[in-house]
Design a protein around this ligand. Structure first.
Ligand code: FAD
Length: 458
């Protein structure tokens, strides 16, 4: 396959209607896209990043938190949740920003695979930041500790350098864009009796390598993409792996196809003082470790909106189209809350929308109309029997949502090949959980993607 990336033809700068001072919190993929689009629109941007480099979740580290369950609110936080062997679960053509394709590079020691390892994503984000000169907008090692709105309507951002004895600094901005990520604060499964169970517990946020699980009997909870990868990896060293999930309703003992030491179990009923774990339907085993691959919680410890924006059972709300709290729009916004999506292209669109609204180029409906829209959305979830914690789950409608935002922005809608590859990959991942990263049948669509990318070469 050709490598089309030589240099990218940039979208032209916008003519600003009104320029604002905007604070962006976080320099992960979402914060980078925010900085890029806000500046392109003519706004002044300061990005606050508590780490010493860009990349957010893609900055791999061997370090883990002292509390492997991430429950202690005073613990030193390790932002990343990546494990050493992690490869992307989306193909690079779909995953990359629309404006800056994630095609393999020939220069340097790069990973050309269609589902590359995490280092390659990090390199790609560095390329993106450098292409658009974003680093100069970022204040590294600067943690935001409080954000609140003054009576004047301006937003006050309190930050502090992480190193040294520097004082807190308060600065005023017209608008704040929150891009702090949502894969750092563990969600834990409730297990009756676990407090008296003598084994160890860990959340996947602190999983890096399989070695600590050698010769152990492990109960792993969850069926997400990470749970699938981690269960297989651990099976190579552990004595037994028991995958517990609500979707396994087997009353019989069923092993995972291709493995003789991995069992699919129903959900855990209790953990017992004698070291055993009881599953539904009466099965019981002795286990050493429970590994919670149970996802993450939205967490905005710095944000003080006087109760206007809350997190309730993992619903961040009320938010118009997952971005704007109606009564604070457009001066407070959130990028990157939805899940079960291809994140980067959606970040780009959300950021373009926010930037255009702030400058007055694009308009929002009235506060009343936005509130009604949010209420109608919540009602529809409730009628469908969807728990609140699924509010930002976009299974089945991410492209419709993206295209709606694209229309607001006057931007092109999602490419047909991107939708089709995303869909084909989802099916392939289900059919071949072991090797969907090596075998696929959508080569013709991949060619279309690269033909499209080639048009962006200047
Ligand atoms: P993050 O990358 O988390 O960045 C948030 C940034 O905010 C961080 O740099 C953090 O330091 C900073 N920050 C937080 N709080 C503060 C504060 N108070 N002050 C200053 N800075 C702060 N996506 C894909 O597209 N493909 C994949 O294959 C894929 N695999 C994944 C695998 C795992 C295990 C996980 C956890 C996620 C995966 N994702 C994948 C999703 C991934 O999280 C998103 O693609 C995306 O990188 C998230 O970007 P973000 O900017 O929203 O958040």
């Amino acid at each position: 396959m050709r490598n089309p990336i030589v240099s990218i033809r940039h979208f032209s700068p916008m003519t600003p209607v009104a320029a604002c001072d905007v604070a962006v919190i976080g320099a992960g993929a979402a914060g980078l896209a925010a900085a890029r689009h806000l500046r392109r629109e003519g706004h002044s941007v300061v990005v606050f990043e508590r780490e010493s480099q860009i990349g957010g979740i893609w900055v791999y580290t061997n370090t883990t938190e002292p509390d492997p369950m991430g429950l202690d609110p005073t613990r030193p936080v390790v932002h990343s949740s990546l494990y050493a062997s992690l490869r992307t679960n989306l193909p690079r053509e779909v995953m990359g920003f629309r404006e800056y394709p994630f095609a393999p590079k020939k220069t340097g020691q790069r990973d050309p695979r269609r589902f590359p390892g995490h280092k390659e994503v990090m390199e790609y984000l560095k390329d993106y930041a450098s292409e658009f000169g974003i680093s100069e907008l970022i204040r590294f090692e600067t943690e935001v500790s409080r954000v609140w709105r003054r009576e004047s309507g301006k937003w006050e951002v309190r930050s502090r350098k992480r190193s040294g004895d520097e004082e807190d600094v308060n600065e005023a901005f017209d608008a704040v864009v929150v891009c702090n990520g949502h894969y750092t604060e563990p969600r834990i499964a409730h297990i009756p009796g676990v407090d008296r169970w003598p084994g160890k517990q860990i959340h996947s946020h602190s999983y890096r390598i399989p070695e600590p699980f050698r010769n152990k009997i492990v109960v792993l909870i969850g069926i997400s993409a990470s749970a699938v990868d981690i269960s297989r990896e651990i099976a190579s060293v552990a004595n037994e792996v028991h995958i517990a999930s609500w979707s396994n309703s087997n009353e019989e003992s069923v092993t995972l196809p291709g493995y003789d030491n991995v069992w699919l179990r129903p959900m855990i009923e209790s953990a017992n003082e004698d070291g055993t774990i009881s599953f539904q339907h009466g099965f019981k085993i002795s286990a050493d470790i429970i590994l919670h691959c149970t996802g993450y919680k939205y967490h905005f410890p710095f944000l003080d909106t006087q109760g206007i924006v809350t997190v309730d059972d993992n619903r961040v709300g009320p938010l118009y189209k997952h971005v704007f709290p109606p009564s604070l729009a457009p001066w407070l916004s959130f990028v990157g809350l939805p899940w079960k999506i291809a994140p980067f292209p959606q970040f780009e669109l959300q950021c373009e929308w926010i930037s255009g609204i702030l400058s007055g180029r694009i308009s929002l409906p009235s506060q009343k109309e936005m509130t009604e829209d949010v209420e109608a959305f919540y009602d529809s979830l409730q009628s469908a029997g969807m728990p609140k914690r699924y509010t930002h789950n976009m299974t089945g409608y991410q492209f419709e949502y993206n295209d709606w935002i694209a229309t607001q922005c006057g931007a092109p809608k999602t490419e047909e090949w991107r939708k089709k590859i995303y869909h084909a990959t989802s099916l392939n991942r289900k059919a071949r959980p072991e090797n969907y990263r090596e075998e696929w049948e959508d080569e013709d669509l991949v060619l279309q993607a690269y033909q499209d990318f080639a048009k962006q070469i200047s």
